[in-house]
Design a protein around this ligand. Structure first.
Ligand code: G3I
Length: 362
C-alpha cells in the first residue's frame, strides 16, 4: 500500500541541504531550515496535498518532509472523491497518503466531511427527496470516520456552514440544511463524535480576515453559531479559519480578527489556520515586488494569529505555486501566494513563516 518513498532520516538530511542551497541561490538569508516541530506552545505546520502530486514529485516530497508536521488531503477525502457511488468507496489515495504520513511521522487532518461543493451526485439526489434519510450522512460518517479513526487527529466536520446573504441566522442554505434544517450541524457533530470519539472535531470557514461588511457579518454569524453549539453542549473542539488572504481586499482587520479569535477561545474552543495562502492583486509587478507583498501580508497575518494561544497550528493550502488552486486571470501566469515557487524554491513567504515559528520557540 505504501509508496516506495524513503524514510525520514535520509530525506530530511537531503532536504535540508537542498533547501540551504536553494535559499542561497535566491539571495535570501537561509540561516536554517523551517523548524519541524513548533514545540514552543505546541503549534504545528501543515500543508494540503494531493497524493498523485506527492507520488510523482520528489521535490515536493522533500519540502513536505523538511517543513511539515501535518498534512491535509486537498481533494481525496471529500465525499464525492471517497464515495463516488452509494456502494463504491475509493479509499486508495487517502490510504496511501496516510501510509506516507505514518511512515514519516506526520499527523493527518481530515478535510472534509460535509461540504456543499463535494456531495456525490447520488447523495445530492437522496438529500433532495421529500423525506431525506439521515442515514445517507450517518452511513458515510460511520464508514469514513471508522476507517480512519486512529489515523486522523482532527476533522473538518462541516466546511463552510456560513453564508450571511442566505438566511437571518447567517447559515448557508446548503443541501444539508434544506434536507434536515439547521439541526444538521449538531447532528453531524454528534454523529462524528460517536464514530471517532478521540478525534478533534472542527467547523471550517473562510473570510474572517478583512474589515469589509461581509467579513464582519461572517465573524458575527460564526460566533453566534459557535455560542449556540457550546450552550447546547454539542461535541465540538475547534474552529478552522481557512485564511485565503487576498491582496485586493485592503488591509487586514487585525484588531477585529484578534477580538474574534479571543471570543472563540473564550468559548473553550481551539483555533486552527487551515488553508493559508495569498491571492495576488497585481501580477504585472516585478516578481520580487510580488513576492514581497505576499510575504508582508503573511507576516501581518501571522503576527495577529500566533499571539493567540488557542491557535494550534498553521496549514498552508499547498506548499508550492506549482500546485496552487489560485489561478490568475492570465493563462501563462501563476499566483505566487505559497511558500515555494513553481520550481520548489523558497520565497520570502517561506522565510516569514519560518521566522514567525522560530520566534515562538525562542
Ligand atoms: O482529478 C480530476 C481530473 O481527473 C479531471 O480531469 C479534472 C476535470 O475538471 O478534475 C480533476 O479534479 C479536480 C480536483 O480539484 C483535482 O485537481 C476537480 O475538478 C476540482 O474541482 C478540484 O478542486 C479542488 C476544490 O477544492 C474542490 O474539491 C481544489 O483542488 C482544492 O484546492 C479546493 O479546496 C478548497 C477547500 O476544499 C475548501 N476551501 C476552499 C478551497 C479552495 O477552493
Amino acid at each position: 500500500m505504501s509508496l516506495a518513498i524513503g524514510r525520514r532520516p535520509f530525506l530530511f538530511g537531503m532536504a535540508t541541504a537542498v533547501l540551504l542551497v536553494r535559499g542561497a541561490a535566491e539571495g535570501f538569508a537561509a540561516s536554517g531550515p523551517m523548524p519541524r516541530r513548533m514545540s514552543a506552545p505546541g503549534r504545528f505546520l501543515g500543508t494540503s496535498l494531493r497524493f498523485d502530486q506527492l507520488a510523482k514529485d520528489s521535490a515536493l516530497r522533500d519540502a513536505v518532509l523538511q517543513d511539515c508536521d501535518m498534512v491535509t488531503p486537498e481533494v481525496d477525502l471529500k465525499w464525492a472523491a471517497i464515495q463516488p457511488a452509494r456502494n463504491r468507496f475509493n479509499y486508495r489515495p487517502v490510504d496511501e497518503l496516510i501510509a506516507f504520513s505514518t511512515d514519516n511521522r506526520l499527523r493527518v487532518h481530515g478535510h472534509t466531511l460535509l461540504w456543499e461543493q463535494s456531495i456525490p451526485d447520488w447523495a445530492r439526489a437522496d438529500l433532495a427527496q421529500d423525506e431525506p434519510d439521515w442515514d445517507v450522512v450517518g452511513g458515510y460518517f460511520r464508514a469514513v470516520l471508522g476507517r480512519y479513526s486512529g489515523a486522523v487527529d482532527t476533522w473538518d466536520v462541516i466546511n463552510e456552514p456560513i453564508e450571511t446573504s442566505h438566511r437571518a441566522d447567517g447559515l448557508r442554505a446548503n443541501s444539508f440544511l434544506r434536507a434536515f434544517g439547521p439541526d444538521y450541524i449538531p447532528r453531524a457533530l454528534r454523529e462524528a463524535r460517536a464514530a471517532a470519539p478521540r478525534a478533534r472535531l472542527l467547523l471550517n470557514e473562510y473570510s474572517f480576515e478583512y474589515g469589509n461588511p461581509v467579513d464582519e457579518a461572517r465573524r458575527n454569524a460564526m460566533l453566534r453559531l459557535l455560542g449556540k453549539l457550546r450552550a447546547a453542549d454539542i461535541p465540538l473542539d475547534g474552529l478552522g479559519m481557512q485564511a485565503h488572504l487576498d491582496l485586493a481586499k485592503g488591509p487586514l482587520a487585525t484588531r477585529a480578527l484578534r477580538r474574534f479569535m479571543q471570543n472563540v477561545a473564550d468559548l473553550g474552543l481551539d483555533l486552527y489556520v487551515t488553508e493559508l495562502d495569498v491571492r495576488e492583486r497585481n501580477i504585472t509587478l516585478p516578481v520580487a515586488k510580488r513576492d514581497q507583498l505576499v510575504a508582508d501580508e503573511t507576516k501581518r497575518y501571522l503576527a495577529a494569529v500566533l499571539d493567540q494561544p488557542a491557535v494550534k497550528g498553521i496549514t498552508t493550502w499547498g506548499l508550492s505555486d506549482r500546485y496552487s488552486w489560485l489561478i490568475p486571470p492570465r493563462a501563462d501566469a501563476v499566483n505566487r501566494g505559497l511558500p515555494y515557487n513553481s520550481d520548489l524554491q523558497p520565497k520570502p513567504m517561506y522565510f516569514v513563516l519560518r521566522d514567525a515559528l522560530a520566534n515562538l520557540q525562542a
